[in-house]
Design a protein around this ligand. Structure first.
Ligand code: SAM
Length: 280
């Protein structure tokens, strides 16, 4: 039984980081004409209302996309990210937020392929009604950790993978490692992007180290910390993305936007970022 619904969190600070990085990676992939495949192992519903009862319950998007929406000083890749959200809101008001499949769909070219896994029946149904008829898109109501190995390598041998689990239980941390290990055996040149929450849990703190040990040719780790956990240690202080085989441009692109994101999204004086990489 899956309790997690991304609709509660859509457009929050973690989505800002994740979807900005996703855009950077896909735009880099687009620099070559050769087709590629994007596999989104935990796709969600594809789009979310910011006016519905889920998003307004805690109003998480107010501390995320809403802080960027009206700015006229957005640095390049953040401007690209906000432009994509604007494309999803044709009347110019921030009412809807695109999920990762929608962001991808806006950047992928006609020759590229999108493979989406979503286990929750309701979110899968919404996703299928949104993108189910789209050329080069395949949607599976199936487990993305298990399904990944069947999607790699793509025949073009160019591919990117977004792994964005809900980390509802403790099991997801171990499954990230196991699923990636298996996929890397088949396709070690893929660009693998893993999102993780900055929460006070041992598994979350240890995940980047465990991912480092998998990286065949280099990695990049970015983390954006925007708030302090509450007095019981709960709450999402921030989030991270760990990228195996990152585009060589990603580090400097991130370096140019992270101080801005800390400044605009930070909710306390010591908001900060971490950016680290190991090149092959
Ligand atoms: N990637 C989405 C985005 O950025 O818009 C958000 C995804 S949300 C964090 C995680 C999603 O994974 C949820 O919709 C959840 O129902 C789904 N999910 C949970 N376990 C799964 C699994 N083993 N395989 C596929 N989907 C799963």
């Amino acid at each position: 039984m899956l309790a997690y619904r991304h609709a509660f969190h859509a457009g929050n600070h973690a989505d800002v980081l994740k979807h900005t990085v996703l855009g950077m990676v896909l735009r880099y992939m687009n620099q070559k004409d050769k087709p590629y495949r994007l596999v989104d192992t935990h796709a969600g519903a594809g789009g979310y209302s910011l006016e519905g009862q889920y998003a307004t319950k805690k109003g998480e998007f107010e501390q995320g996309i809403a802080r960027l929406w009206g700015r006229d000083d957005l640095p390049g890749p953040v401007a690209d990210y906000v432009a994509a959200v604007r494309q999803f809101n044709s009347d110019g008001k921030l009412r809807q937020y695109p999920g990762s499949p929608a962001f991808a769909q806006m950047v992928l070219r006609a020759q590229d392929q999108l493979r989406l896994f979503e286990l929750h029946n309701t979110d899968h149904r919404i996703l299928a009604s949104f993108l189910g008829e789209t050329k080069n898109v395949e949607i599976y109501n199936a487990d993305g950790f298990d399904g990944l190995k069947g999607q790699v390598p793509p025949s073009s041998r160019r591919g990117a993978i977004l792994m964005d689990p809900s980390y509802e239980g403790h099991g997801d941390y171990g499954r990230v490692i196991a699923s990636l290990r298996e996929a890397l055996l088949r396709f070690n040149e893929g660009v693998y992007m893993v999102w993780y929450p900055q929460v006070q849990k041992l598994e979350a703190a240890q995940l980047p180290r465990r991912l480092e040990s998998l990286a065949p040719k280099g990695w990049l780790h970015v983390r954006l910390t925007v708030q302090v956990p509450d007095s019981q240690g709960f709450g999402l202080a921030g989030s991270g993305m760990f990228i195996l085989n990152p585009p060589y441009t990603l580090h400097d692109e991130l370096l140019a936007v992270l101080p801005y994101l800390v400044d605009v999204l930070g909710q306390y004086d010591d908001a900060n970022y971490l950016l680290d990489q190991k090149t092959a």
